[in-house]
Write a protein that binds this ligand. Structure first.
Ligand code: GLA
Length: 377
């Protein structure tokens, strides 16, 4: 089964945009393996828009850009596979992609076959220039074309949340659906996109996940979606932890060749990834929500094996003391149980906390914990 848990990988768009080529992609494959990203779970290397020639060939097939990919796309796919990674590519449900390259409208079965032949494992399918107001049919058609292609290909629909995609993506054979417009490397963008999906996470789960967009962690203002200096390390922590708590796919967008130690440690944080990849794939409860009367968010998730995740997010510009009284998650103070708590960032065991758990959370930062419910004296 594909997408049992949220897909993880790296995508070329956030950093490189149209400036992609064989050498850069192959170097990224090397870094994904050598720097431990594959081991951490990031298995898909995805080439986004701008990889093809502007014209199809005489038979109507897509052709890789001769200058960017002089040895063709199968050569790149073979290299990626030889590294133990999976290979992803991009197309669009309109006649043109968002950047004006040929899209798959009217060529769905032909393109799916081409993708299968070169060894594609993942297709990101964009939403530009499709001919009618509704595009549910276009996505359903490509889902079927991929199934008919003879290869198992994960279907990543990028329709930006149009027509309440969370309500119909699962029934159209889609494995992950972009629910938002494009992310930018700013805290404002991170908060705006993630806030917008809080009401929709109940639809997300095994086989079909809500994709809040690719990560900007570590971009620091560089690249294709950069904004001035980007975000602070604390804000990137907030971003990554939120994507993990929300079960969003984790598609890295920064240049892996130049990342800092902090970025590397964050993107490969085992505890956070384990929450994102929890096999039960249950969406979070919002105990507190900064969209209402509060200026912070407390997020609680049921995990496999009787464990729980608790996360505190402070988007404000002031340090905060935040308390979770357990009656807010339905536990009576006299019930005789407390939470045995471990900090997911420091790995420290914090012992058993009864009746409530309170933490300090710095401005624009978060704290994330894994908890077990235990009898407490
Ligand atoms: C759209 C998508 C982006 C990216 C670009 C490529 O804007 O939302 O993620 O794929 O197209 O042109």
């Amino acid at each position: 089964m594909l997408a049992k848990t949220p897909p993880m990988g790296w995508n070329s768009w956030n950093t490189f945009g149209e400036k992609i080529n064989e050498q850069t992609i192959m170097e990224m494959a090397d870094f994904m393996v050598d720097k431990g990203f594959l081991k951490a779970g990031y298995e898909y290397l995805v080439i986004d828009d701008c990889w093809s020639e502007k014209q199809r060939d005489k038979k109507g097939n897509l052709v890789a850009d001769h200058e960017k990919f002089p040895n063709g796309m199968k050569y790149v796919a073979d290299y990626v596979h030889a590294k133990g990674l999976k290979f992803g590519i991009y197309s669009c449900c309109g006649p043109l992609t968002c950047a004006g390259y040929p899209g798959s409208f009217g060529h769905e079965f032909q393109d799916a076959k081409f993708f299968a032949e070169i060894g594609v494992d993942f297709l990101k399918y964009d939403n530009c220039y499709h001919p009618s107001a509704s595009n549910k049919l276009g996505y359903n058609r490509m889902a079927m074309a991929l199934k008919a292609s003879g290869r198992e290909i994960l279907f990543s629909a990028c329709n930006w949340g149009n027509e309440k995609v969370w309500e119909w993506a699962r029934s159209r054979g889609i494995h992950m659906y972009r629910s938002t417009g494009d992310i930018f490397d700013s805290f404002e963008s991170i908060c705006r996109l993630s806030e917008s999906q809080k009401p929709n996470l109940g639809y997300s789960g095994t086989g079909c996940f809500n994709d809040i967009d690719m990560l900007v962690v570590g971009m620091k203002g560089k690249g294709n979606v950069g904004i001035e200096s980007g975000c602070t390390d604390a804000q990137y922590r907030y971003h990554f932890a939120m994507w993990c708590m929300f079960m969003s796919p984790l598609m890295i967008g920064c240049d892996l060749r130049t990342i800092s130690d902090e970025t590397h440690a964050l993107l490969t944080n085992k505890e956070l990834i384990a929450i994102n990849q929890d096999e039960e794939a249950r969406p979070p409860i919002f105990v507190r929500d900064n969209r209402g009367q509060h200026d912070n968010t407390i997020c609680f998730r049921h995990l496999a094996n009787g464990e729980y995740a608790i996360a505190f997010f402070n988007p404000s510009d002031k340090d905060k003391h935040i308390m979770l009284p357990y009656y807010e998650i339905g536990l009576d103070p006299l019930c005789g149980y407390g939470f045995k708590i471990r900090d997911c960032f420091t790995g420290k065991n914090l012992g058993v906390h009864k009746e409530f758990f309170d933490v300090k959370v710095a401005a624009g930062d978060c704290r994330v914990f894994r908890a077990q419910l235990v009898k407490a004296k």
